[in-house]
Design a protein around this ligand. Sequence first.
Ligand code: ADP
Ligand code: MG
Length: 676
Amino acid sequence: MKLEDPITVVKGVGSKTAELFEKIGVYSISDMLLYFPRTFLEFPDPVENGLFKVGNECAIRAEIISRPIVKKGKIPVVITNVTDGVTDIKLIWFRSVYIASQLKPGSSRIFYGTVVSKDGIFTMEQPRMFSEEDYVNLQKNMQPVYPLVLGLKNNTVRKTVKYILEDDGIKESLDEILPYDIVKKYGFNSIKKTYESMHFPKSKRNFADARKRLVYQEFLAFSLRLKYERSLEDDRGNGISVKNVDDIRRLEDTLPFKLTNSQKSTLDDIFNDISKEHTMRRIIQGDVGSGKTIVAFFAMAAFASNGYSSAIMAPTAVLAAQHYDSLCEFLKMTGLPYEAVLLTGSLSEKQKKDAREKLERKSPVLAVGTQALIQDKVKFKNLGLAVTDEQHRFGVRQRMNLSEKGNDTHMLYMSATPIPRTLSMILYGDLSISDMKDMPKGRLPIKTAVIDDSQRKKAYQLMMREINEGRQAYIICPLVEESELTEARDTFTYTKELKSILPSYVKIDMLHGKMSPSEKNTVMHRFARGKTDVLVSTTVVEVGVNVPNATVIMIENAERFGLSQLHQLRGRVGRGSAQSYCMLVNGSTDPKAQERLNIMHESSDGFYISEKDLALRGPGDYFGIRQSGDPSFKLADIYADSSILKDAAADAQRIVETAPDSVSELLLKLKYRVQP
Ligand code: ADP
Ligand code: MG
């Protein structure tokens, strides 16, 4: 068996299973190896003598005391009674008649499941049953829990991975890819052992070690590519330079507001860049609402006044349309005689054709659009500047090649996720950075409070007051469903509970990542149109949601989120003119958690918060939520793994300097083995 073989070479994987694997993006053996568990199940020690907790999952050591009863019907049922020494428990299985023959009265077994009290009788439904010996074996290893799709069983994935890892051909092909000195310096385990521990770790420590190696490889590949590509670029410049921008700068005075100091100094940076010979590659970092768009418009206007076209690309059609309207207004206010052109996938064929014709024939124009702008059939006349808005949505690495539409055009990126300087210097190593730290005046700060369980009632009262005034609220839960491993709040249970607590006229909806994109869209639209009062959601609302009528956000188990993520979540409210509120429910009794969350109460400055986040973050909780969620990385978290990032960046620098010839081969190996 070889890494690049199709997954069907694995024994037992037929066309049906292969179809299911396709749905999770697994086509080859190496895809399967890179399909890591979502979490691990650790089986607890069995309890006896009535020491179980009703409502919690547990393992009970108990003796079977009655002959099983089998009720054959539409849904066959098997019932038996057991005792754990003190308490009798009724066990029920559905659709599993075969189990009756294994239930020998007088024998002792371990039963794993949730005990509930039904009509005063302790009951376990569908418990898993083990012999003492099997259970002990199970306890020795952490059991992988894979992300699944309908029809695909966890055990199928587990067995397939196991089969692959035991294959001699695979064992042989998983040879070392990192330079020896690096493996030695960090004490990394072999690649083979790393994959074993990613899927079947012996302990948390064992898993953390494996993960660390793969995170390092991700960061090394990232840093090497950045430095390598930079070294291939020439700095002779593109011959596009923009002069006489003073007239454009003076148009500031026609605006209905004064530019902030950050906006002014960012414009200085940009105009300085583009008046020179070399090609501008600059990223503007600034919180949501800091006013990045108008800075881009000024830059586009400067290009137009020198005869060059420019384009700004946004991640969604809605945002692009919004930008188009703002740009038209900007041109009107400033009295500039240039034309704005909109191009998105949601226009009619005729409109798209017209827009494309304009871009190809006319110059200068100011183009606004989505990824539709970078399709092959789109051509620009004289493109001087390419702007990518909301760069963070594409990931720190993914630079849209809008600039290739011109001849080495100037490039401007904008991101609404402030990242600490030390990290952005590495992650944006190929770019110059402008930070926009101050916000336009006159915004009402969001009132933020850190509360605990005992204040929940008051929190709901505040929420109800806002709802009764026609406002809307978000409630964020860290989990989609109840989890085997933690007691954190999940959207399903929460929504059910909330419906029984709040008055029945309050309309409550639920949103989470396990929904299909169209389901998510429907729910979000309902909320945006004010049809829903409360949206119980996971962090999927973090990006790109704009509902100005929402004035309350309540974040459950806030201690489980990174501060930067909390800051992004908080930014979902405070988008209209009304006072908004953010309530952070601290589910932990650790004084450190309280201290950390208090920073949110103290500051609304995204840069300050991200610096604190970095300073306070210890080694990541690898079983928790991946906090930064940057789509450029599969495993790595730029905050929790920041020290690994710094190491990898320094190593990459050294490799590029001392062994430049080895870089492309190393990159190839890293890409093949780590990157999906
Ligand atoms: P973001 O940085 O999130 O992209 P926008 O560019 O969308 O922010 O700006 C948010 C709002 O603030 C817009 O309505 C814009 O017109 C307004 N705005 C921008 N700059 C200023 C300013 N200096 N003073 C007042 N309002 C401003
Ligand atoms: Mg913006």
